[in-house]
Design a protein around this ligand. Structure first.
Ligand code: PMP
Length: 438
C-alpha cells in the first residue's frame, strides 16, 4: 500500500484544516466501498459521516459509477449557456418529481456555497423584477452555515468564517440561533422550548420595515455548527411571518436534503414550504460536485415577464455539467430502487436509541438527534475550545471510525444505507473513545 503515499504534502493548501498539524500526522484515505473507507495502511474505517454529509447511498454505488463512466465517454463537457444537453433537462424533470412538484424549476451550481449565493441573488433580482427594488436586506441566523462565498458568510453566523475577511455584504441582519443547552438538553427530535425565537423576525421588520427585506435564509437543521434542531413550531412560525411581510423564505437543505431527515427533504419533515431551496452533496451522492437551487413557479414566472432576452444574468461554466447530471440521475434511480429514504426511516429509532445510550459517559453534556443525524456535545477543556472533541476525532479515526467534530460537538450523519450492525459498531467504538478520553 505504501506506494500510494504522496511523495510530498508540501504544496496542497488544505481547506478548513490545521495544515501544519495534519502534515505531521496525516490521515490518508485511498479507497471506499459501501459503509467503509480504507486508509493508506489498509485499515478499514467505518464512515460515520457520509464523507462530509454527502454520500447517502454509500460509497461506490455501482449504478452511479457506471453512469459517470458512460457519460464521460460520450459527452465530457457541454455548455448550458444558450445551448444544452439532454441529461440536464431530464434531471430537472426528475428532480421536480422527486420534490413531489413542490417546486417548478431548478438552477444548477457546482457546490452548496454557489447554490446559496445563487439563491440570494435570485431573491434580490426577483423583488427588483417586480418593481420592489427596495427589498435589499437579507436575514440569516447566528450559528448558521451557508458555505463560504461572500453571500454565504455574510448571512452565516460563524465568527471564525467572517472575522478574517473584514467587510461583508451590506444590509444583512441575523436572527438568534435556537440552541438552548439549559432548557433542551438530551432532547430526541424537536425540542419543546424556543419557537418564540422566530418572532425576532418581527423585531427586525419593525426596525427596518418589511419593504426593505428580501429574504430569510435558514438551515432547517443547522449541521455544521453542531446539529442545532429547530424547536417545535419554530419553522412554521417563520414561514407565517415571511408570508405576512412579503419576504421570501429560503431553506438551505444542503445537508438536510436527499433523505437525511428520513424524508426526501426537511421541508417534508417539518411540513413547511420554502420559496427557494438550496441543495448539493447528496444530489449526486458526492460523486461529482453539484449544487442546485429549487424555486417555486412564481419566481421563474416573475423573470419571464421581463422584455425578451436573457432573464437572469447568472450561471457557472459547469452549471449542469454532463458528469454531474449523469451522477445525479443515477443517484435518484438508486434512491427509488433501493428505497433509501424508507430504509433510513426504518432505522431511525434504533439509531436514536444508540445515540442516546452515550448519555452518562464522561464529558457528555448534551445529545441531540433527528432523522439520521446526531450531535454529541462534550464539555470543553478550559481555554482550549474544540480540543476535547478533536481529540475524540483523532482517537476514533485510529480505532477505525470516522466522526466529525465542530467545536466540542461530535456530529454524526452516516450513509443512509447503513445496517444495525454498523450502528452497533459505530457507537461501540465511540463509547470506548469517550471513556478513554477521561
Ligand atoms: N450550506 C450548508 C447548510 C452546508 O452544510 C454546506 C456545507 N457543509 C454548504 C452550504 C456549503 O456547501 P459546499 O461546501 O458544497 O460549498
Amino acid at each position: 500500500m505504501n506506494e500510494t503515499r504522496p511523495a510530498s504534502m508540501a504544496s496542497f493548501w488544505m481547506p478548513f484544516t490545521n495544515n501544519r498539524d495534519f502534515k505531521m500526522h496525516p490521515r490518508l484515505l485511498v479507497s471506499a466501498e459501501g459503509m467503509y473507507y480504507k486508509d493508506v495502511d489498509g485499515n478499514s474505517i467505518l464512515d460515520g459521516t457520509a464523507g462530509l454529509w454527502c454520500v447517502p447511498c454509500g460509497h461506490a454505488q455501482p449504478k452511479i459509477v457506471a453512469a459517470v463512466r458512460e457519460m464521460i465517454g460520450q459527452l465530457d463537457f457541454a455548455p448550458t449557456f444558450q445551448m444544452g444537453h439532454p441529461a440536464a433537462f431530464d434531471l430537472a424533470e426528475q428532480l421536480m418529481e422527486y420534490t413531489n412538484h413542490r417546486f417548478g424549476h431548478v438552477f444548477y451550481t457546482n457546490s452548496g456555497s454557489e447554490a446559496v449565493d445563487t439563491a440570494l441573488k435570485m431573491a434580490l433580482a426577483y423583488h427588483r423584477a417586480r418593481g420592489e427594488g427596495t427589498r435589499t436586506r437579507l436575514i440569516g441566523r447566528e450559528r448558521g452555515y451557508h458555505g463560504v462565498g461572500f453571500g454565504g458568510i455574510s448571512v452565516g453566523g460563524i465568527a471564525g468564517n467572517r472575522k478574517p475577511y473584514g467587510a461583508m455584504l451590506p444590509y444583512v441582519d441575523h436572527l438568534p440561533h435556537t440552541h438552548d443547552l439549559e432548557k433542551n438538553a438530551f432532547t430526541r427530535g424537536e425540542p419543546e422550548y424556543g419557537a418564540h425565537l422566530a418572532d425576532e423576525l418581527e423585531r427586525i421588520v419593525t426596525l427596518h420595515d418589511a419593504s426593505t427585506i428580501a429574504a430569510v435564509i435558514v438551515e432547517p437543521v443547522a449541521g455544521s455548527t453542531g446539529v442545532l434542531i429547530p424547536p417545535k413550531g419554530y419553522l412554521k412560525r417563520l414561514r407565517e411571518l415571511c408570508t405576512k411581510h412579503g419576504i421570501l423564505l429560503i431553506f438551505d437543505e444542503v445537508i438536510t436534503g436527499f433523505g437525511r431527515m428520513t424524508t426526501p427533504f426537511a421541508a417534508d419533515y417539518f411540513d413547511v414550504e420554502p420559496d427557494l431551496m438550496t441543495t448539493a452533496k447528496g444530489l449526486t451522492n458526492g460523486v461529482v460536485p453539484m449544487g442546485a437551487v429549487f424555486t417555486k413557479p412564481f419566481l421563474y414566472e416573475a423573470f419571464m415577464q421581463a422584455p425578451a432576452g436573457i432573464e437572469l444574468f447568472h450561471g457557472y461554466t459547469y452549471s449542469g455539467h454532463p458528469l454531474a447530471c449523469a451522477a445525479s440521475l443515477a443517484t435518484l434511480e438508486v434512491f427509488r430502487e433501493q428505497k433509501i429514504v424508507e430504509h433510513a426511516a426504518s432505522l431511525q429509532s434504533y439509531w436514536e436509541d444508540a445515540v442516546h445510550s452515550l448519555r452518562g459517559l464522561p464529558h457528555v453534556i448534551d445529545i441531540r438527534s433527528i432523522g439520521l443525524i446526531a450531535g454529541i456535545e462534550l464539555a470543553p477543556i478550559a481555554g482550549k475550545p474544540g480540543a476535547r472533541a478533536f481529540d475524540a476525532f483523532k482517537k476514533a479515526f485510529a480505532d477505525g471510525v470516522l466522526i466529525r467534530t465542530t467545536g466540542d460537538i461530535i456530529a454524526l450523519s452516516p450513509p443512509l444505507v447503513l445496517e444495525k450492525k454498523h450502528i452497533d459498531e459505530l457507537f461501540g467504538k465511540l463509547a470506548k473513545v469517550l471513556k478513554d478520553l477521561a
